[in-house]
Design a protein around this ligand. Structure first.
Ligand code: DX5
Ligand code: ZN
Length: 218
């Protein structure tokens, strides 16, 4: 079993004060920092690109877990790698050449992840399982923070867990992850937990320690 990773999504952080917020969440115990990159085309929302990743890189040495909700992704992989992403996750639905995208990420010296939207079956990634370092099961439809967890995705977490077997692959979940859903997703096999509103929306006296501890405890 892979170690538990808490990955706060900075989508719910203070965008006018991002450097400080990232530094604080890492000081308060985050394992990874989850960066949501949206293009207004693959998902109906726009966030930020490589320049912001590069600027944040100066504030922390923590693992940058970069979730690319962009299509196409291939033309931007090198820019995100150079900007300082450590894990680069592309969506299975974002392009016709998933194997090539994953190879490109690994050739850039980064960990390669693939994300699956709620409607995409786990069987879509069977044939690239040995080209992966991380599987991200979306537990909401990507695009926005603060959405409700979709229970039908639990079965997919179990399937992905079985597919992984004893390979050194992290199994991540993203969307609606909070103390009330953590038990079910970890029981199904998830070890990396992305949470936005359940961390940045639940600061106690300016600290993110308590909401992250609440996730670990649950
Ligand atoms: C959703 C993003 C998530 C989002 C999660 O499109 O990929 O990372 O920030 O937000 P919460 O934890 O609030 O559901
Ligand atoms: Zn995400």
């Amino acid at each position: 079993k892979r170690p538990l990773r808490i990955a706060p999504s900075i989508l719910s952080a203070d965008f006018s004060n991002l450097g400080e917020d990232v530094r604080k969440v890492v000081d308060d115990g985050a394992d990874w920092v989850h960066l949501d990159i949206m293009d207004g085309h693959f998902v109906p929302n726009i966030t930020f690109g490589p320049p912001v990743v590069k600027a944040l890189r100066r504030h922390t040495d923590a693992v940058f877990d970069c979730h690319l909700m962009i299509a196409p992704a291939d033309p931007y992989l090198e820019a995100f790698a150079k900007a300082g992403c450590d894990i680069i996750t592309v969506h299975e639905e974002a392009g016709p050449h998933l194997h090539r995208s994953l190879q490109t990420i690994r050739n850039l010296g980064k960990k390669a992840g693939v994300a699956l939207n709620p409607a995409t079956p786990v069987s879509m990634i069977e044939h690239v399982i040995d080209d992966l370092d991380l599987i991200l099961i979306m537990t909401v439809n990507p695009g926005f923070g603060g959405q409700k967890f979709i229970p039908a995705t639990l079965r997919k977490i179990e399937q992905a867990h079985a597919l992984i077997g004893d390979r050194p692959i992290d199994l991540e979940v993203d969307g609606g992850i909070a103390p009330d859903t953590v038990g079910a997703v970890t029981k199904a096999g998830a070890n990396a937990l992305v949470a936005g509103s359940a961390i940045f929306g639940k600061a106690e006296q300016g600290s993110y320690r308590a909401p992250m501890e609440a996730l670990r405890a649950a």
